[in-house]
Design a protein around this ligand. Structure first.
Ligand SMILES: Nc1ncnc2c1ncn2[C@@H]1O[C@H](COP(=O)(O)OP(=O)(O)O)[C@@H](O)[C@H]1O
Ligand SMILES: [Mg+2]
Length: 356
């Protein structure tokens, strides 16, 4: 029964926005729980705190909270606290009066005023400077705030939804986030799970985005062969749904209408520190164009934490020697010919692959 109720909610949330790519997708149990939590909290006037890794959907959760609330015809404003300079946070949030600081040439309302009795979404709240945290706490406690340079108290009736990819409790312990503000904000806390904990949702998202972005590009969607699908399932998506979406967009551009193998897919994934993927990458990293080789090598070096050129060359060499031996059924002379080296060299490299 409960399971059905949850599923119904999950479906409901997609309605009305499924075609524009802003609906929250996912069928995993964790996603159903998240949907359920969102619909429970949507109509409350109290703040909500969304915690989740970057790219896991913090913002889409905030927007869904708003969309499912009865205030969804009122304003929704979003401010990313990490994206603006600390000195601009206060005038942006609370507004300012003419002459309050250099450049303040007119009176201007801030986000709290513009949000009125709607919703104000404060993304990356962990980046909010301490003095601003005190001012935010005050608005949350009694609604009061002032425009910069003005003595008059104004009253906000906006609902505040905050999000962070930091562990705010940890920030409180370190003294970089106010405990009282944390408690105010976290009346409702929503944890957005990372994509790697969402079972088969990466397939659900793949299906949806594949078609969505192909439609947008007026192209045919790409498809995966079995190997590519396996690689996709095994990949951990450290950048969560954002990374998944970006990969799909890239694949749509590069491979519209084509069927991809694991070898096509692998260079698109940021997984070269996992053993499996390293194997694929080192065995087949052989673009014929030197510029492409350099570009790939650059990427490889940037993401590999413990890179070893000797290790890479050795793996490569052994891969080719084994391949040649297999193709010639163990005939060393023929294998050497295939490899373009002489027999004695092949012998020495088989015995001691590290030597030149
Ligand atoms: N469950 C989901 N279903 C569909 N799209 C999602 C989902 N979660 C995240 N996205 C998409 O992934 C991208 C990143 O999500 P966003 O909410 O901005 O992440 P965050 O704020 O956590 O960094 C956005 O394009 C968003 O629409
Ligand atoms: Mg975000």
């Amino acid at each position: 029964m409960l399971h059905h109720a949850l599923q119904f909610r999950a479906a409901e949330i997609s309605i009305g926005s499924a075609s524009d790519g802003t609906a929250m997708l996912g069928k995993s149990l964790a996603m159903q729980k998240l949907h359920n939590q969102i619909s429970q909290y949507a109509n409350s006037p109290f703040p909500a705190l969304i915690e989740g890794e970057s790219g896991s959907g913090n913002e889409i959760v905030a927007r869904t909270l708003y969309r499912l609330s009865s205030s969804n015809t009122k304003p929704f404003l979003a401010l990313n606290c990490a994206a603006i300079s600390p000195t601009l946070v206060e005038p942006t949030l609370f507004g300012y009066v003419k002459g309050a600081f250099t450049g303040a040439v007119t009176n201007k309302a801030g986000y709290f005023e513009d949000a009125a009795d709607g919703t104000l979404f404060l993304d990356e709240i962990g980046e909010l400077p301490l003095d601003l945290q005190a001012k935010l706490l005050r608005v949350l406690e009694n609604g009061e705030y002032q425009r910069v340079g003005e003595a008059q108290q104004r009253l906000s009736r906006a609902r505040v939804i905050a999000a962070t990819n930091r562990d705010l409790r940890q920030e409180v312990k370190k003294g970089s986030f106010r405990a009282d503000l944390y408690h105010r904000l976290s009346v409702f806390t929503i944890n957005v799970p990372p994509l790697r904990e969402l079972d088969d949702d990466k397939m659900v998202l793949l299906e949806r985005f594949r078609k969505l972005y192909a439609d947008q590009a007026h192209a045919a969607p790409f498809t995966f062969d079995e190997g590519a699908a396996r690689l996709w399932r095994e990949y951990r998506f450290p950048g969560n749904v954002r990374e998944l979406r970006n990969i799909v967009i890239r694949l749509t551009t590069k491979y519209a209408g084509q069927r991809l193998s694991a070898l096509d897919l692998d260079p698109e994934l940021d997984s070269h520190s996992t053993p499996q993927a390293t194997q694929v990458a080192t065995e087949f990293l052989i673009p014929s164009d030197p510029d492409e080789l350099i570009e790939q090598a650059q990427k490889h070096l940037q993401r590999e934490r413990s890179f070893s050129l000797d290790g890479l060359l050795k793996t490569w060499e052994q891969g080719y020697i084994e391949a040649a031996m297999k193709l010639t059924r163990g005939n060393v002379s023929q294998a050497a010919k295939l490899l373009g080296i002489n027999r004695t060299t092949l012998y020495s490299r088989m015995e001691s692959p590290q030597k030149q």
